[in-house]
Design a protein around this ligand. Structure first.
Ligand code: ARG
Length: 462
């Protein structure tokens, strides 16, 4: 067990099993970078408040910058015996600058640090996820345009419904991910990172000192992200007590995950022998140790399956926060596992998805065979009659009867002679049927949709 940040009032040493149970270093070491940001701002604020001399502040800042560089180089190794990342960096500072490190934590609480660190984590990872989503959107655009001349059977209730264009099909997922992008973008843009809550009641360091700390920090350290909103705290109780930013972030990721799982399910279905519309890129599939013919869609299955974990993480943090008395409670330490788990899972899914989408091949001839299903054109036949002045209900009945007749007599509508058709409606001639029952006619007859712009079908990088 390494040195703790508390202990003066205790006579007994902490129980070893309890210590192991309560430490969080194995998880929260990922916040090291942001915890150092907090410490640098705090050091400058202490100097501004005349609690540290200029020389002392410099020594501390230099020490912190040294650890920061280790983190950046991926060389930072936390001591697994530290209680948490805040304690670990404090101990590292004692090794680096000696007794002076004891002044670093003056008028500060880990309650203020932990929320600062996590907000920064959400902000930074949010920006990264936005960049991944952007590539997924380009990949979908590429895929849609690559097969923009392809028509597909569209489904409702997983039953064949009407003809759709492939571009609209990929476009539907594009719209979903675009809304996910907007939700996340709004979250990132409105993030505010505060400092100066103390444990809960604020601190004796003046606001102006913190502001100066933030200003100098931004100038000196130049973090790789913008923090326009990092300011002194508005309400210290709310700041240390609230984790709705984590819940909101995981909520956005859960909706995104739901969309990913729907895309995964569609592509799994469409790549089965039963549908046989898509050929999945082999490099994202696996084989069977027993059945030599198998090409399994494991990537898509794992994406679909990750919903359990990602929804579970959201419910976990919602439940942890439910009914907690104000302000900070140790229960809140448990928010990090779900936060990191959902963030990393989504990042992994999106990184693979970008390339996966680019490798999808549409099986034109198999799709073409499915388009021969005459029932896909029944609605267009109704609309054709409506355009000839027949009431919709009557037209619906007539075409229903026509389809039924075709099934009973085992003769395709397209192959019926005028004599067969005459009993249904005089406008339903063999010539009219041939015109209407084509994918081109079905798509062209839809006037409510925007014209499709031709966008670049260049393969996106990334
Ligand atoms: N490790 C804690 C957390 O992640 C922060 C420490 C606050 N602990 C405390 N006793 N005030 O929530």
């Amino acid at each position: 067990m390494s040195k703790q940040m508390w202990g003066g009032r205790f006579k007994k040493k902490i129980n070893r099993n309890f210590f192991r149970f309560q430490k969080s270093i194995g998880i929260d070491w990922k916040l090291a970078e942001y915890d150092i940001y907090h410490s640098i701002i705090h050091t400058v604020a202490l100097q501004e408040a005349n609690i540290l001399t200029k020389k002392e502040a410099k020594k501390l800042t230099d020490g912190l910058t040294g650890i920061f560089k280790e983190v950046q180089r991926g060389e930072f190794k936390p001591n697994s015996d530290s209680e948490d990342i805040h304690t670990d960096i404090q101990n590292r500072m004692e090794e680096k600058v000696g007794e002076l490190a004891q002044k670093l934590h003056t008028l500060r609480s880990r309650n203020d640090q932990v929320v600062f660190d996590q907000k920064w984590y959400c902000y930074k990872e949010g920006i990264y996820i936005l960049s991944l989503l952007n590539v997924v959107l380009s990949s979908l655009n590429y895929l849609g345009n690559r097969y923009r001349d392809v028509y597909l059977p569209g489904y409702t209730h997983t039953q064949r419904a009407q003809i759709i264009s492939f571009l609209d099909y990929t476009g539907a997922f594009f719209c979903m991910f675009e809304r996910d992008f907007e939700r996340l973008d709004n979250f990132v843009k409105k993030s505010s990172i505060y400092i100066g809550s103390g444990a809960l009641a604020g601190s004796a360091i003046p606001k102006s000192a913190y502001s100066e700390g933030i200003k100098k920090f931004l100038k000196k350290v130049k973090p790789d992200i913008k923090i326009g909103k990092s300011k002194t705290v508005k309400n210290s109780l709310d700041n240390v007590a609230s984790r709705d930013f984590v819940i909101e972030f995981l909520n956005i990721l859960s909706i995104l995950q739901m969309h990913l799982s729907r895309l995964a399910e569609d592509f799994i279905l469409y790549s089965t022998k039963e549908f046989d519309f898509f050929d999945l890129p082999e490099e994202f599939c696996t084989g069977s140790s027993l059945m030599p013919h198998k090409k399994n869609p494991d990537f898509l299955e794992l994406v679909r399956g990750s919903s359990g974990k990602i929804y579970g993480n959201l419910v976990s943090i919602l439940t942890t926060m439910k009914g907690l008395p104000l302000t900070y409670n140790r229960d809140m330490q448990l928010d990090k596992e779900p936060l990191f788990s959902s963030t990393e899972t989504i990042e992994n899914e999106l990184s693979v998805m970008c390339d996966f989408l680019k490798g999808i091949k549409v099986k034109r001839s198999q799709v073409g065979r499915a388009l021969e299903d005459q029932e896909l054109y029944a609605t267009e036949l109704v609309e054709f009659l409506v355009n000839k002045g027949v009431a919709f209900k009557a037209a619906h009945d007539k075409i229903g009867q026509l389809i039924r007749y075709s099934q009973d007599k085992n003769i395709k509508v397209k192959e019926m002679k005028n004599a067969d058709l005459a009993g249904f409606h005089k406008e339903l001639t063999a010539k009219a049927i041939k015109k209407v029952m084509t994918p081109e006619y079905a798509i062209a007859s839809k006037k409510s949709l925007p014209k499709k712009k031709r966008t670049s079908s260049k393969k996106p990088k990334g």
